[in-house]
Design a protein around this ligand. Structure first.
Ligand SMILES: *Cc1c(COP(=O)(O)O)cnc(C)c1O
Length: 372
């Protein structure tokens, strides 16, 4: 089966005992134990497993080409499960402009775990290689990065990691498996905030870790999911499975609209620079073209002007909502540095735009008014 078909049909028989086309929501927290006693694979208690979570994990793993997946109550909880699967004293390499919530997690929580980290520019594999230490265990990739849209060569980095016996994780939240398939390019793990494009409607918080192999590391992540307890509700998993059925077509729309708007912004006199991997003028274009089949719905751009002017421009939109986060059907934008807070390396004249699925001309009309 191909991607679009899998997204609609994979795993629909999990926890679906009747002939319902759509599996029911299973809100029960407990399951009756067989008179002969409990088998390991039986549902037992909802934190340890429930049909809706299993179904969503199954379809997400199928779409990323992984053997197994563990869903969490947020993207951050999913990321932390990967880091908590490290041993104290291990070292990771991570982008200096990684999603700011993950930066804060590494720098404020995981230090108590004695996790060591190097935050670096990951656009050049030689720079990554130069930061590998004897205790390095994992390379964390986010490509395109957030919000600078820097592109890391996944295949080259995964090959480098492999030659040193290191794990590679790719935060694939922005591109989604529609546009980028990291496991096929050699990565071991994929991470998602499913609050973004998987959910797609700005109404679910969630995360997931997908593993290429159902190995010891995947088992560690699963143990943190079940015994750590940061699990999504059956209702949220059911909603996520529902949203996932339209993921391919929503992404096609996001890709198309963002391509049109990136080119519009590039030609605008008030715009100094546009960061969008689908623009030929963009620094990461060649690698992006090699490893992405679509360029996604996220655009960052620098204005010709000060921070105050950038904030003013964002303040003038009528259709595009002023909000953080991304990946919804509605367009949103923000003055990104204000959202990221302390430690941010984002330029203060940068605006980050999540291009929605409205008619692109309506988005352009709003941008035209706001940019003035
Ligand atoms: C939002 C986001 C996260 C964190 O996910 P939450 O669901 O907000 O916890 C992680 N990585 C990226 C790239 C994100 O955009």
């Amino acid at each position: 089966m191909r991607f679009e078909t899998k997204a609609i049909h994979a795993g629909l028989d999990i926890g679906n005992p009747t002939k319902a086309i759509i599996p029911p929501i299973s809100p029960s927290t407990i399951y009756e134990i067989d008179a002969e006693g409990r088998k390991e694979s039986d549902f037992h208690y909802t934190r340890l497993g429930n049909p809706n979570r299993l179904q969503f994990e199954y379809v997400a793993a199928a779409l990323e080409g992984g053997e197994t997946a563990s869903a969490f109550s947020s993207g951050i909880a999913a990321g932390m499960a990967i880091l908590q699967s490290m041993d104290p004293g291990d070292h990771i390499i991570i982008p200096e402009d990684v999603y700011s919530g993950n930066r804060r997690m590494v720098q404020t929580i995981m230090t108590g775990w004695k996790l060591e980290s190097s935050f670096i520019n990951m656009t050049d594999p030689d720079t990554i290689a130069a930061h590998i230490k004897p205790n390095t265990r994992l390379i964390w990739i986010e490509t395109p990065s957030n919000p600078l849209m820097r592109i890391t060569d996944i295949a080259a980095t995964a090959a480098l990691a492999k030659s040193h016996g290191l794990l590679t994780v790719v935060d694939n939240t922005w591109p989604t498996p529609v546009n980028q398939q990291p496991l096929e390019l050699g990565a071991d793990l994929v991470l998602h905030s499913t609050s973004k494009y998987f959910g797609g409607h700005s109404d679910i918080l969630g995360g997931i870790v997908i593993s290429k192999k159902d190995d010891d590391f995947a088992e560690k992540v699963r143990i943190i999911q079940r015994f750590g307890g940061a699990v999504p509700s059956p209702q949220d998993c059911w909603m996520l499975s529902r949203s996932t059925r339209t993921l391919a077509y929503r992404m096609k729309g996001h890709n198309e609209n963002a391509g049109i708007i990136a080119r519009y912004l590039e030609s605008h006199k008030k715009v100094a620079e546009v960061y969008y991997p689908g623009l030929e003028s963009f620094a990461g274009y060649d690698i992006a073209k090699k490893q992405m089949t679509g360029f996604g719905g996220m655009i960052s751009f620098l204005i010709k002007g000060s921070k105050e002017e950038a904030v003013k421009i964002v303040g003038r939109s009528k259709l595009i909502k002023r909000a953080t986060s991304l990946g919804g059907v509605e367009s949103t934008w923000e003055h990104r540095q204000s959202s990221e807070g302390e430690g941010s390396i984002t330029p203060d004249d940068l605006i980050r735009l999540s291009v929605g699925l409205e008619h692109p001309q309506d988005i352009i009309d709003d941008l035209e008014e706001a940019l003035g």
